[in-house]
Ligand binder design. Structure first.
Ligand code: ADP
Ligand code: ASP
Ligand code: MG
Length: 428
């Protein structure tokens, strides 16, 4: 088996869905499991719906209607023949009943919200946002089937089992392995990224951008020969092309190096994706869905990154926190342990840390909007100063030219140099 993953950008509109078919026809699709994310920015739209719903702002209904019409218009575009397409294809797509299925999914979403009694934001979040992946996989499956690429649609919640940590669920590997092997061992199938279910069958999610991770979980469970994630970039570049000019394609990356890059925030791969693959030495290809025949990047059991050049990563909108004791006494192990306990309780991810005798500096990401709670708790015991909206730049394999380039014209709040990694906290 091989696993392919198509992200939100690759299925953001009708031409994206048509392109998935073109990719499969170009590279082949025997014994392939296909993982698809929600279309375009659907997950963000569903997050907004939950926000309004919980604020008892009835305009959430308008947002549901808007999202429904966006999905319907993609279906309607696919109901038309394009570029001399076979009319039978169009007829098969129209007869698939997909429009009705999507309308049923939206109706059940509205009814679920009206019926909902849970006050838990994270639980509700997972029950609602999962609709994005369910819809996209239904539409892509109907389209591919109409093109003669016969595949089975699978519900990822019947394949991947997790704990009940909604929004960031941990995989139950034993159960998932058994289920995946039972349901997916042969033939072509399509399933949702990002979503899974708990022991009671309630939907859970694996963290934002978690569809890459789903692909890795399936590959691990099936001992697949490879995973390919199809992107709008030629592969993994030495920097995000939205932020940096003149980026260079990395042809080959060792697993550990890719884990480092993802950990520091190279958002092209979800950080949890690589560990299951490394365990079974399954190569991960990152390729362009625009030029599927190009080699892209391979992340594998190789010794060194090739080419060996500086790699730049920037994480924006971070918080710089400086913590010292109230009486200027030393910050000791017990304080550090206490601070980390607080960070973990408030689900803060640490991007950089530095300690001196009397202070402890960290750069954190406030992913779950818990900064004020954290500050209030820490202020009871420490003296705190904080700056929001800073950027954290990381340069792997830096040299003096990279150092000059990255510092140029920036107000640097903190600089840290290790052998392979340079980090800067910058005021933007
Ligand atoms: P998906 O559609 O799979 O969700 P993403 O949008 O999450 O895709 O990831 C692709 C984007 O990641 C690219 O458009 C690019 O802007 C960004 N990106 C960030 N860092 C890198 C990098 N080092 N190499 C390539 N792309 C990167
Ligand atoms: N749709 C989810 C998200 O936008 C998962 C993913 O795209 O990987 O976060
Ligand atoms: Mg994504």
């Amino acid at each position: 088996m091989r696993i392919f993953k198509f992200g939100g950008a690759s299925v953001k509109d009708a031409s994206g869905v048509r392109n998935v078919c073109r990719v499969l026809q170009t590279v082949g699709y025997d014994d392939t499991g296909i993982v698809v994310s929600a279309m375009g920015k659907t997950t963000n739209a569903l997050e907004e719906i939950i926000k309004k719903y919980l604020a008892q702002d009835h305009r959430y209904i308008d947002l549901i209607d808007k999202l429904e019409s966006e999905h319907v218009s993609i279906i309607e575009e696919l109901e038309n023949a394009c570029d001399g397409e076979d009319v039978d294809r169009v007829a098969r797509f129209r007869e698939s009943g997909i429009k009705k299925e999507i309308s049923t999914i939206f109706k059940s979403l509205t009814e679920e919200l009206l019926r909902n009694k849970s006050k838990s934001y994270s639980f509700l979040y997972d029950q609602v946002v999962s609709h994005g992946e369910l819809m996209s996989t239904k539409i892509v499956a109907a389209y591919l089937n109409s093109c003669g690429i016969g595949l089975q649609w699978k519900d990822a919640r019947e394949l991947i089992k997790t704990d009940q940590k909604y929004r960031d669920a941990a995989v139950d590997w034993e159960k998932s392995e058994r289920l995946v092997q039972q349901h997916c061992s042969d033939g072509l199938f399509i399933t949702q990224g990002f979503i899974a279910s708990d022991v009671n069958g309630f939907t859970t999610t694996l963290g934002r951008e978690g569809s890459d991770y789903t692909a890795a979980i399936l590959a691990y469970c099936l001992k697949a020969q490879s995973v390919t994630i199809w992107k709008d970039v030629p592969g993994v570049l030495n920097a995000d092309p939205r932020v940096f000019e003149n980026t260079v394609l990395l042809n080959q990356i060792p697993y550990n190096e890719a884990i480092e890059l993802a950990f520091y925030g190279a958002s092209v791969i979800h950080p949890k994706t690589l560990q299951p693959l490394q365990g079974k030495k399954i190569p991960l290809y990152v390729k362009s869905f625009i030029s599927p025949e190009d080699p892209g990047t391979v992340i594998t059991d190789t010794a060194t990154i090739e080419p060996y050049i500086p790699c730049y990563i920037v994480r924006k909108d971070m918080v710089f926190l400086k913590i010292s004791s109230r009486d200027f006494s030393f910050i000791g192990e017990n304080n550090i342990s206490d601070i980390f306990q607080e960070l973990s309780e408030h689900k803060m991810q640490v991007g950089l840390l530095q300690n001196s005798a009397i202070s402890f500096s960290i750069c954190i990401e406030d992913k779950y909007a818990k900064l004020n709670e954290l500050l209030n708790d820490l202020k009871t015991r420490y003296q705190i100063s904080h700056v929001t909206g800073v950027s954290l730049y990381t340069v792997r394999h830096y040299d003096e030219t990279a150092l000059e380039f990255i510092e140029e014209g920036k107000e640097v709040l903190l600089k840290q140099r290790a052998q392979e990694t340079l980090q800067l906290i910058v005021m933007e």
